[in-house]
Design a protein around this ligand. Sequence first.
Ligand code: ATP
Length: 340
Amino acid sequence: MPDTTASGTTSVLADQHAGVSIELDGITKTYPGQGRSAVEDFSMRVEPGELVMFVGPSGCGKTTTMKMVNRIIEPTSGSIRIDDKDVLSIDPNQLRRHIGYVIQQIGLFPHLTIAENVGAVPRLLGWPKARIADRVEELLTTVQLDPGTFAHRYPKQLSGGQQQRVGVARALAADPPVMLMDEPFGATDPITREKLQAEFLRLQSDIGKTIIFVTHDFDEAIRLGDRIAVLSDRSHIEQFDTPAAILAAPANDYVRSFIGQGSALKRLALIPVTAGPLGPTTSGGPTVDEAATLRDALDLLVLTGAERVGVTGAGGRPLGSLSHADISARLDGAAHRPVG
Ligand SMILES: Nc1ncnc2c1ncn2[C@@H]1O[C@H](COP(=O)(O)OP(=O)(O)OP(=O)(O)O)[C@@H](O)[C@H]1O
């Protein structure tokens, strides 16, 4: 049933919770007083439930492009459709209540408790108190913050990583079909960042939102994205494809410069050990679980000096093995299935 805002109007996106498509068509943004557009004729379709990463250098227009989707920035021209509905015809305040938004600066309300922060949008949507309380508890648990410990604290009493988790919980509170994420883990140290990325991937595999995620970090893009848009000046799309396809065949030198060193290792990290045939089973040597990637297998071969690494299934059952040569041969295979 569609929910209703405090003003009594029904939102056109309100009955959608699973991912929906986002279509940007010929979007251009020229800021007032600027002769040159910040984003020029940008078109893209993001499929329902897809996580698309925008990666590009500072100032190329990533954030401007993303913020046009929830109309924090109004496009100068072009059209945007979410679930086939024209975003520009929806009241911007209503629209934003149905699009989760997570930013690097987190933007938690400092004078509200964690529970009040997470419940902010449901409160605006007029949910009954008990439903808000249940949802807050559920979401804090989902992002691995014990509600008993954290619900009544204030943002400044949390670490940066914990605050980021609250930011994600708050964006998910009204179960929006679309999430926009602007460098959400950018301000955290590398270890916390990796942890937040892993948690976020697990979460997304359950919730299946349609997500546009902005990052400077190509490795983050590879790790998280279903597809990556490599952007250059004015949000020009240099390549838009899966991480495996971009790593295997960068469209041009610009994209190659983004991939940086170690593209073979990065590709191996995307390919599950079970993505192709395995060699004979081994006994006594090093083993990896069937959920591991070829990079994990190679790591073990290098660390142990063994000739083959065994692959094991449930209960340690041997499934087969891989040698250095097998791993190299897999890199040459055309279709790499991303780990997911
Ligand atoms: N409010 C504004 N007024 C005028 N120009 C702006 C405004 N906001 C952004 N710009 C300009 O638009 C261009 C794109 O900026 P944008 O913030 O979208 O880039 P970005 O790729 O997200 O950069 P970063 O990674 O540094 O956040 C830049 O040249 C920037 O200076």
